[in-house]
Design a protein around this ligand. Structure first.
Ligand code: MN
Length: 130
């Protein structure tokens, strides 16, 4: 069981992620914009953070920058959850400080193994996209 923070402004995506996390036995924490996400991260120091890239108030890249320069929070695996169609997005996301990414739409059947990999500190990388 892990404590996982989800930072996501789209209600349907947020509900799906929270549902999947709980169904796999994890404790989920939610934030709906980047500022709130940082506040919850500082307060709760979760085991893993799943973060949308396009967010109100602070976008995902800024959230990543601040988490990865924060002494107490930089070790937390940070995974981008985002719809990405363009070649090069993977490198951009990893270059911004994310430790990996999961592509939307979320494939429930892959989610548990992806999550397990990130919780074990799998090497930087992301979901294979076809
Ligand atoms: Mn968004």
């Amino acid at each position: 069981m892990a404590r996982v923070l989800v930072i996501e402004d789209d209600p349907a995506s947020l509900q799906l992620l929270l549902y999947l996390l709980r169904s796999f036995g994890h404790v989920s924490l939610a934030a709906e914009d980047g500022e709130e996400g940082l506040e919850v991260a500082r307060r709760e120091v979760p085991d893993l953070i799943l973060c949308d890239v396009q967010l109100p108030r602070l976008d995902g890249h800024e959230v990543a920058r601040r988490l990865k320069t924060h002494p107490a929070l930089r070790q937390i695996p940070l995974v981008a959850v985002t719809a990405m169609a363009m070649v090069g997005d993977r490198e951009r996301v990893l270059g911004a400080g994310f430790d990996g990414y999961i592509a939307k739409p979320i494939a429930a059947e892959n989610f548990a193994s992806l999550l397990g990999g990130f919780l074990r500190g799998a090497p930087r990388g992301g979901e294979e996209t076809a």
